[in-house]
Design a protein around this ligand. Structure first.
Ligand SMILES: Nc1ncnc2c1ncn2[C@@H]1O[C@H](COP(=O)(O)OP(=O)(O)O)[C@@H](O)[C@H]1O
Ligand SMILES: N[C@@H](CCC(=O)OP(=O)(O)O)C(=O)O
Length: 379
């Protein structure tokens, strides 16, 4: 069976787990990172005729840190794990940087926490930075910012981070590379008769029952975090593939439409999922009232909201919070994420976007509300 999901995907988040990226637990597997980098570069450069945007979410900092510090066994103290991660992250980032640069592709290190993505302002900042990097043809290499978190290290879970990043950038697909060929009906280490699952619907509760605990002591999330990550990724319309990371040319073959690993299909459409999220889940923090010209740009022409059309700003909100856009009669035209805080927005009313920098001392883009971050009433 072949699948179109990965073949059609233009923006892909690839996550490689600890159990894969490390060399039997002793530091990083350089040959494996070189292999993935070669494939990532081929995707970015569009060697099969389609240029794709890719983000790598890579574990391995703790394992590399343990090697550099001469530790043979994984410490149990969280602050020692954090120290190992801080040491090892240097080597991890350096290795991707070297391998990707060797392929002519620039890379960037991005360290995030779940809390960063729960905060509206940081969410929008992270999103804008990542989208800018992708536009520039850079491969962001993301890991958890282990220095400032505890739970994530304890549970060793970068699968969730992969899904959150897929949500953040509205990826088309999340590819989770691990040390198994995909999902089985039970942990194949314990049940040699376990059946391979080649396709299922993301979020199907039966999948959660199939995923036992964690695998090796190096990777700690196990299959359950991958199943939950697929469910979360599906929330923004991304399908997930769980595959063996050492499968020859795995990323290239997946994007050529070959069926490898387990495909967990998202049944929500990308844009519909994002609009639903903006429309349903967030409390309004304020609003901007706009003139008739802006109403027509938003409603009829599918444009972003620029400061020039804004008349007044109501309420007290930060960048990244959800606000309404109203016409002069107070009717809601749209809602979405504010690019500027209320105090800034007040200064921007009726101003041309070219003046933003001189008025505020910086610019976060020409729009008050970008089209991608907006749901227009009745659309
Ligand atoms: N139903 C299942 N199918 C496949 N693997 C499973 C299943 N249940 C548990 N596992 C275990 O999950 C492990 C992968 O998780 P983990 O070690 O955390 O990997 P990673 O470091 O790639 O995140 C496998 O090696 C396997 O032993
Ligand atoms: N962020 C840490 C640990 C993350 C982790 O192990 O996650 P996973 O690969 O999902 O088991 C690291 O880079 O070592």
């Amino acid at each position: 069976m072949s699948s179109n999901v990965l073949r059609d995907a233009r923006r892909i988040v690839v996550k490689v787990g600890s159990s894969l990226v490390t060399n039997e637990g002793r530091g990083l597997d350089e040959a494996a990172i070189e292999e993935w980098s070669r494939q990532l570069a081929a995707l970015v450069n569009g060697e099969d005729g389609v240029k794709r945007e890719v983000i790598m979410v890579s574990s391995g900092a703790i394992a590399e840190g343990m090697k550099r510090l001469g530790w043979a066994t994984r410490p149990t103290e969280v602050h020692e794990l954090q120290a190992a991660a801080a040491v090892g992250q240097m080597g991890l980032a350096q290795m991707y940087e070297t391998k990707l640069r060797g392929e002519g592709v620039p890379s960037a290190q991005v360290l995030l926490t779940h809390a960063d993505l729960a905060d509206r302002e940081r969410y929008l900042n992270a999103r804008t930075t990542l989208l800018t990097l992708l536009q520039l043809g850079v491969v962001p290499v993301i890991n958890e910012n282990d220095t400032v978190v505890i739970d994530e290290i304890r549970f060793g879970d970068n699968d969730t981070l992969g899904a959150l990043v897929a949500n953040l950038v509205e990826a088309d697909a999340l590819v989770i590379l691990t040390d198994q060929r995909g999902l089985y009906s039970a942990d194949p280490r314990k049940n040699p008769d376990a059946r391979f699952i080649d396709v299922a619907e993301a979020g199907n509760p039966e999948l959660e029952a199939m995923a036992g605990g964690a695998g090796l002591s190096i990777g700690t999330g196990g299959m359950i975090t991958k199943i939950l990550a697929a469910k979360r990724a599906a929330g923004s319309g991304a399908s997930t593939v769980i595959a063996w990371g050492r499968e020859k040319d795995v990323l290239l073959r997946l994007t050529r439409g070959e069926s490898i690993g387990t495909l967990l299909v998202a049944n929500t459409h990308k844009m519909q999922a994002r609009k639903q999220w903006i429309a349903d889940h967030l409390q309004l923090r304020g609003s901007v009232t706009v003139d008739a010209g802006a109403v027509s740009k938003l409603r009829d022409e599918g444009k972003s909201l620029l400061p020039i059309g804004m008349i007044t700003v109501e309420g007290d909100f930060s960048r990244g919070e959800v606000i309404a856009v109203r016409d002069e009669n107070g009717a809601e035209i749209a809602r979405g994420l504010a690019s500027y805080a209320s105090a800034e927005a007040r200064l921007l009313c009726r101003k041309s976007s070219s003046e933003i920098e001189s008025l505020l001392g910086y610019s976060a883009g020409p729009e008050m509300m970008h089209r991608d971050n907006m749901v227009v009433a009745g659309h």
